[in-house]
Design a protein around this ligand. Sequence first.
Ligand SMILES: Cc1cc2nc3c(=O)[nH]c(=O)nc-3n(C[C@H](O)[C@H](O)[C@H](O)COP(=O)(O)OP(=O)(O)OC[C@H]3O[C@@H](n4cnc5c(N)ncnc54)[C@H](O)[C@@H]3O)c2cc1C
Length: 329
Amino acid sequence: MDQMIEREQRLAAQATATLKAIARRPDIKGYIEHNPSSYALLQRAAARYVTGEERSMALEVANQLISYDYAVSLEYIGENTVSLAACEQAQQELAGLIVEMGEQGMSGRVSLDLSHIGLLVDRELALRHLLQLGELSQRCTIELFISMEESAKTESILEVYRQAVEVYPLIGITLQAQLNRTPSDALDMLAPGTRVRIVKGAFEELDTIALSRSAELDERYKELFELAVQRGCHISIATHDEALINSLLQYESQEAASVELELLYGIRPELCVKLRKQGYPVRIYLTYGQEWYLYLCHRIAEYPPNLFQALVDIVGGQQEAPVLQYHVT
Ligand SMILES: Cc1cc2nc3c(=O)[nH]c(=O)nc-3n(C[C@H](O)[C@H](O)[C@H](O)COP(=O)(O)OP(=O)(O)OC[C@H]3O[C@@H](n4cnc5c(N)ncnc54)[C@H](O)[C@@H]3O)c2cc1C
């Protein structure tokens, strides 16, 4: 029996690594994008996790979730943009998103990758774009949050964040528990009122600089959370790990801090409903945009059984709109 479990765990780890490698293969991505029938089929699988290609689709789902009493985060999918024109386009789309949310009177959060708006072209460009978005989001009372990317970018992301948050203190930052450097970054950065999202980390990193999924990683996650609570931060617990969530929610003396759960759209909606029923504030992280392929690969890779779900979604005909699964009865 033990051997079977061990074999299944090994296979799951291999499937995760293979799917992450597929996600990075430009030839496979190019084939799918230029082949209308495979594009349409995969899009059916993506519909579980991505609201659509257009901003209007994300706003529609966001409004429905708000009517179910959730908070929302919205991301225009994209990263590692290397042309100036593409960075400008991303910047304009994000600005349009913030303005439209403001016009609709929607209170919510916009999340972004700094490498989507210029970090790989020039750090100053990313900072300039972030400051423009910071100004706009302050005017529209929308929260602005920075995602965390591969470890090669951590230093520049934190540097741009530090400069921007001095001007716009409501900008938030994501910290990856998996990186060995994060506890020391957190000690430096977390202060009363800091907006911080704690994640385990989505990227394959060398074991010299990061922990893989393990009890040790969960322990570090808890320590980061406790530090953020003690420092009076606004904390988003961003994980789908129910056991970890339960142990964090038992942590006492949360008076100075504010704590919410934040989960990705399409992943464990039943857990979101349960947490809402228990009275916890829950935020759903929605994505939209044309770059959904990479996002879909990541969601499948981090939980290989989702491959079966993708097959069902592709061949199973009409599926219930995923947003309906969030309805709290
Ligand atoms: C709101 C939000 C923002 C994020 N932002 C970032 C970021 O900026 N940078 C970054 O590196 N990472 C980010 N992530 C991703 C995060 O780092 C993890 O890769 C991802 O959340 C999966 O890990 P986990 O914490 O859910 O726990 P895991 O230990 O990976 O999984 C625990 C359990 O959760 C469930 N689960 C996990 N993933 C899935 C899935 N795809 N489908 C179905 N069930 C699943 C399973 O039951 C699994 O056993 C973000 C995640 C969230 C929720």
